[in-house]
Design a protein around this ligand. Structure first.
Ligand SMILES: [Zn+2]
Length: 333
């Protein structure tokens, strides 16, 4: 009898552990440093550094916040559109959530704005106006379009397929590019907005592809102090058949890490993971299998209670009313 090549590889994966898994034999900090260096390398990072060419396009005064629309260059020749929304009526530099959308029409979804047909339903059916809720909870917000989405991803997009395939052929990958962009966005906050934004209270929040980048970027970027990821956490092999455009492919990742290992590198910083039991992108069985790895890392870091996995009833969406109280408990408790 013949075995399918896919099943053959699943069996191979079951027979061995990723090489960078935390085994508790060294201090968590030493392990974390070693593992982050490997993860950075596997993601095809660093890209080339450059002048940020930060340009403010306009400012808009809303009742509750001031919005600055700007662009910045994250690597030579590549420019990102962004919106910074700083709450009014507060003293001193503000805590901030960077909000990352998943596959959709762009960052305007995070701000609850309708630009294309279907955006309205897309927002309301999945609490995808991440930034609107974050501002209601008292946080200023930064959004930007991740690669191949929104204003850098077709009309209305997304446009992952060709860019992601080309990236892999060049020894880089879309996931690494997006992590790099999050880091460069924080550079811009630090350089131009540190009078408005408290750089010790930068948090990351993302759904779907944005949730996956949230886990990778928080693992690697110490300036991010807590994170919330939804519709993003499962095993890499369980997600294999679900994501079809290639933007999630990180070459060689399973030699070294599975998703639980990556999320474990966030420890001890507060982390809220949400997933619906009927999520058709991130199967729950993969998340249940991976979560003990995250828990073990947080235990190793001496903060076992700083990670919460909310198993929800429902599909591929964010669950703001369940996730936010937990996150607020971490940040304000
Ligand atoms: Zn994609």
């Amino acid at each position: 009898m013949y075995t399918s090549p896919f099943d053959h590889k699943l069996a191979l994966l079951k027979s061995r552990e990723p090489a960078m898994r935390y085994d508790g034999k060294e201090s968590f900090e030493e392990y974390r440093k070693r593992a982050c260096e490997k993860l950075y390398d596997v993601l095809g990072l660093p890209l080339e550094r450059c002048d940020d060419s930060m340009t403010v396009e306009y400012e808009t005064e809303w009742d509750d916040y001031t919005e600055t629309r700007f662009s910045f260059q994250s690597e030579p020749g590549y420019t990102i559109p962004a919106h910074l929304c700083v709450l009014k009526g507060k003293e001193g530099p503000q805590p901030l959530f960077i909000c990352l959308q998943g596959h959709g029409t762009g960052q305007h979804i995070s701000l609850g704005r309708v630009k294309y047909e279907g955006d309205d339903t897309f927002i309301t059916s999945g609490d995808r106006d991440l930034g609107v809720r974050a501002m209601k909870q008292g946080y200023s917000v930064l959004t930007f379009d991740m690669r191949n989405f929104g204003e850098v991803g077709g009309n209305p997009g997304p446009q992952c397929y060709f860019s992601s395939r080309l990236a892999i052929k060049m020894g880089r990958c879309t996931t690494g590019e997006k992590v790099w962009d999050v880091q460069r966005a924080i550079d811009v906050l630090e350089k131009y907005f540190s009078d408005k934004i408290d750089m010790n209270r930068i948090y990351l929040h993302g759904h779907s592809s944005g949730g996956m980048i949230t886990l990778y970027a928080t693992a690697l970027e110490p300036r991010i102090k807590a994170c919330m990821a939804s519709g993003a956490f499962s095993s890499f092999e369980a997600m294999c058949g679900k994501l079809k455009d290639g933007c999630d492919i990180v070459p060689n990742i399973l030699k070294y890490f599975n998703m639980g290992d990556v999320a474990g590198l966030i420890a001890p910083r507060p982390t809220v993971i949400t997933l619906g039991d009927a999520d058709d992108v991130c199967p729950m069985y993969g998340a249940i299998e991976q979560f003990p790895l995250v828990k073990r890392a947080f235990e190793g870091a001496g903060a076992p209670d700083n990670v919460t996995f909310l198993q929800m009833t429902g599909g591929h969406r964010f669950y703001s009313d369940s996730a936010w109280p937990v996150m607020l408990g971490y940040l304000k408790g």
